[in-house]
Design a protein around this ligand. Structure first.
Ligand SMILES: CC(=O)SCCNC(=O)CCNC(=O)[C@H](O)C(C)(C)COP(=O)(O)OP(=O)(O)OC[C@H]1O[C@@H](n2cnc3c(N)ncnc32)[C@H](O)[C@@H]1OP(=O)(O)O
Ligand SMILES: O=C([O-])CC(=O)C(=O)O
Length: 457
């Protein structure tokens, strides 16, 4: 913590903004007018300025590379990876407050940064932890809905249903029905977003205990713990400090990855119809549950375990190469590799590997050794295969394997943890979308006949 504090002056010199002593709500209220003015200026002076072109490949290729949506909290560089309000992951590790007794960045400090663009103080981070804890218990109807779901239903489907059900109490939806002015939308959006983020650990833990622990009763939320501390406690792993710290890092790092990824984009799209934060984030979770997106962490472990069984834990590079080729030749993707934007190893993957390197027990784990060995050969194989534009690992290449090492081996649950995290990025933008009054999203689509006619012109 001392090192973090002393690096403040270095960051201040880089114009990184530090929060004063205001509450989160007051900090935002202070920023909203300036952001609105920034958008008005852009509209007034540059609405017609061209910033790119649309090619046929954008229309038929998943809009890759098209700069067509506003996203405030983070920007993804293909080679450097993600920056949160200009801060890289290693910057965040230096400057964002950790939990009491911990070293890793936590959801609360990342959420504060994402929402406000400012680095919170330790006191502000603690106050946000207490606020989230005070909002964290579930309403009885939500517990009833979760408990009624079949244990065989995928945990991500359960999470999406549970989040959606909370719209029963949406303050945003109720205020809209009452007829509030548009300028006030963001305050209700923020209320719902904080409520939802706060309740995600209890929702996610209830799903876990129902599916994997015979519905064992859950402890109450502790008012003095950070959100992930509470989550780990609810999951029944509170005696494992290393896992708690890993989850703090994991959940902070997965929070936001600019706007175009499937989950974030979905929340933005659904929210643009003024569906409340619960409905928007429930929809985002449905996208996160796809194997090319968040479900890849489950798929990586499944693939790794199958490889381990086929070639043994102590396998050679040559055996891994053969297994990679077998996967590729059977027409499957290598899970945990490739990316829609990144063209270098994902810095989130690197940050998790650094966590491993600092923990000898993790570095010695057979499954984590296999992750590392696979990284040593997979890029070469994927380059030779010649299809993927990015032969390097993304964050999913290792995230689930660490959970497996810690004994959290119910891999169909892994994306739920990702879902707890992604809320902070998706809902940050939800709040800003309402504060800035961005319109309903409605791009123009074209048929192939129209495209043919357009290219002939
Ligand atoms: C948190 C996250 O969401 S990170 C991403 C997690 N997903 C995965 O790890 C799944 C494996 N990876 C993939 O499927 C892809 O790399 C994606 C979905 C992440 C990105 O997709 P794209 O942007 O379309 O990738 P790209 O432009 O490189 O694809 C070109 C071709 O390479 C293939 N390709 C891409 N990645 C891989 C891979 N890991 N293994 C094998 N083939 C691949 C694509 O399927 C595509 O094949 P096609 O021409 O037959 O359709
Ligand atoms: O950016 C993407 O498309 C996928 C990804 O890594 C994420 O959402 O975290």
């Amino acid at each position: 913590m001392l090192a973090k504090v002393s690096s403040r002056s270095v960051f201040a010199a880089r114009n990184v903004r530090f929060s004063s002593s205001l509450s989160l709500q007051d900090t935002l209220a202070e920023i909203v007018p300036a952001k609105r003015a920034q958008l008005q200026k852009l509209k007034a002076e540059h609405s017609q300025t061209v910033i790119g072109e649309v090619k046929v490949e954008n229309v038929i290729g998943g809009m890759r590379g098209l700069k067509a949506m506003l996203w405030e909290a983070s920007v993804l560089d293909p080679n450097e990876g993600i920056r949160f309000h200009g801060l890289s992951i290693s910057d965040c590790k230096k400057v964002l407050p950790a939990a009491e007794g911990g070293q890793e960045i936590i959801l609360e400090s990342m959420l504060w940064l994402l929402l406000t663009g400012k680095v919170p103080t330790v006191e502000q981070t603690r106050a946000l932890s207490r606020e989230l804890a005070s909002r964290g218990e579930l309403p009885a109807y939500a517990e009833k809905i979760i408990d009624s779901l079949p244990k065989t239903l995928h945990p991500m489907t359960q999470l999406s249903i549970a989040v959606s059900s909370l719209n029963h109490d949406s303050k945003f939806a109720a205020a809209y029905e009452r007829g509030i002015p548009k300028t006030e939308y963001w305050t209700y959006a923020l209320e719902d977003s904080l409520d939802l983020i706060a309740k995600l650990p209890a929702l996610a833990a209830r799903i876990y205990t129902n599916v994997y622990r015979d519905g064992k009763s859950l402890p109450a939320i502790k008012p003095d713990l950070d959100l992930v501390g509470n989550y780990v406690n609810l999951l029944g792993y509170s005696d494992n400090h290393s896992l708690t710290e890993y989850l703090r890092l994991y959940i902070a790092l997965h929070g936001d990855h600019e706007g175009g990824n499937v989950s974030a984009h979905t929340a933005h799209l659904v929210g643009s119809a003024l569906s409340d934060p619960y409905l928007a984030y429930s929809a985002a979770l449905q996208g996160l549950a796809g194997p090319l997106h968040g479900l890849a962490n489950q798929e990586v472990l499944r693939w790794m375990l199958a490889m381990q069984e086929a070639v043994g834990a102590d396998c050679t590079h040559e055996q891994i190469k053969e297994y990679l080729w077998k996967t590729l030749k059977s027409g499957q993707v290598v899970p945990g590799y490739g990316h829609g934007v990144l063209r270098a190893p994902d810095p989130r993957y690197i940050a998790l590997q650094e966590f491993v390197d600092a923990n000898p027990a993790l570095a010695a784990s057979p499954i984590i050794k296999l992750v590392k060995k696979t990284f040593e050969v997979a890029p070469g194989v994927l380059k030779e295969h010649g299809k993927t534009k990015n032969p390097y690992p993304n964050v999913d290449a290792t995230s689930g394997c660490l959970l497996y090492h810690y004994g959290l081996n119910e891999f169909k649950y892994y994306t739920v943890i990702f879902g707890v995290s992604r809320s902070i990025g998706a809902l940050t933008q939800y709040v800003w979308d309402r504060a800035l009054g961005v319109p309903i999203e409605r791009p123009k689509s074209v048929s192939m006949d129209v495209l043919e006619a357009l290219v002939k012109k």
